[in-house]
Design a protein around this ligand. Structure first.
Ligand SMILES: Nc1nc2c(ncn2[C@@H]2O[C@H](COP(=O)(O)OP(=O)(O)O)[C@@H](O)[C@H]2O)c(=O)[nH]1
Ligand SMILES: [Mg+2]
Ligand SMILES: [Zn+2]
Length: 336
């Protein structure tokens, strides 16, 4: 099927229609039961999508198989939506996407940015003694989190592989992240209660786990979601499509609170190319110093009166972070 291109006017009209539906939804909430609206607008949460089919959780947490109006935009896992039941078959139609708090986007083959998941609130960067962690990669993920506008934290998995000395060394090496405001925790999928600190951090958030292959993401997900098989069964049933593939981006409720959005695509997500400004935004502890170097075109390398260098001297910025920033700045178009 050829892709339909929409003119600016059509786009505006569609946006206006969606806006009206959102407003209607809000009005309906206010008017509560008194309103005798036979349109039956309901709010729901997109749990997963398979092509044209969605599984939407209604406000009682029931799974509803929904289709969606083609003109409402790209619906993804994590979207809050307005949907309407279709007469008697227990299915529904999604008619509007509610405003997103955040979106994880990924460029597709033609360079267009496509959302992958919506309303994520926390990025959990998983590292491990093995494969050896890279702060450069951690910093890239932090740049992504800052630009998406979500929280980020670092979890050292397989901490059982480190002895006391190695653990203390790790704490020193990562202390600048915690002082910048990124929680750093040590966990183990191999210890009883080894995931407790993680469970605590995931509790009030919609989370995704990211990190290098081999750090233990699959192991963590299986440990965090002991009923994963049961859930995927329920999703297959709800979507009416038979098998629910784990490759589809899916939102899971965590047994101890919070949500996890997962798929292989989400776990290995990387940013497209970014601008200088977006890069600067990604190193949030630099903010007070940017723009106050002696030279307005300061490269923050050898120049006298460089405020970032001075902040390194006073311990307000870590040298590793500045080095990684400079390296990323040199490779702006290539790194992500
Ligand atoms: N010692 C130890 N090994 C772990 C831990 N978590 C995962 N592993 C092992 O690390 C390897 C890679 O794990 P996997 O979950 O496949 O990593 P992924 O590639 O990030 O999904 C597997 O052999 C796991 O058994 C842990 O906490 N401690
Ligand atoms: Mg895996
Ligand atoms: Zn400078």
């Amino acid at each position: 099927m050829a892709k339909r291109r929409l003119s600016q006017r059509q786009k505006e009209r569609i946006q206006a229609i969606q806006e009206r539906r959102r407003q209607k939804m809000e009005l309906r909430a206010q008017a509560a039961l008194e309103e005798s609206d036979d349109e039956q607008l309901e709010e729901g949460l997109v749990i997963t999508r398979h092509g044209q089919n969605l599984v939407v959780a209604d406000q009682q947490g029931r799974y509803i198989h929904c289709l969606f109006r083609q003109n409402i935009g790209h619906v993804v896992c994590g979207d809050r939506v307005v949907w309407q039941p279709t007469t008697e078959d227990g299915q529904g139609v999604v008619t509007a996407i509610m405003e997103r708090q955040s979106a994880l986007v990924r460029p597709n083959f033609s360079g267009e940015e496509k959302p992958l998941a919506a309303n994520i609130s926390q990025l959990v960067i998983v590292i491990a003694p093995e494969p050896a962690p890279s702060q450069y990669l951690v910093d890239q993920y932090l740049v992504a989190a800052e630009n998406i506008g979500i929280k980020a934290m670092i979890a050292l998995n397989k901490s059982d592989l480190f002895d006391e000395t190695a653990l203390r060394q790790f704490e020193r090496d990562y202390s600048h992240y915690s002082s910048t405001g990124y929680p750093v925790i040590k966990i183990s999928a191999k210890y009883e209660h080894g995931l407790d600190p993680l469970i605590e951090h995931l509790k009030d958030e919609t989370n995704i786990l990211v990190g290098q292959s081999g750090v233990g993401k699959s192991s963590l997900i299986n440990a965090l979601l002991p009923e994963l098989d049961l859930l995927t069964g329920k999703l297959s049933e709800a979507s009416g499509l038979g098998c629910h593939t784990t490759s589809a981006t899916t939102l899971y409720d965590l047994p101890h609170g919070g949500q996890l959005i997962d798929s292989p695509g989400v776990r290995s997500f990387r940013f497209g190319s970014i601008s200088k400004q977006e890069l600067e935004l990604g190193f949030k502890e630099f903010a007070p110093f940017l723009g106050s170097c002696k030279f307005s075109n300061c490269a923050h390398k050898q120049e006298p009166g460089c405020s970032l260098r001075q902040a390194v001297e006073t311990g307000e910025i870590s040298i590793q972070r500045l080095d990684n920033f400079l390296h990323m700045a040199d490779n702006l178009q290539k790194i992500f």
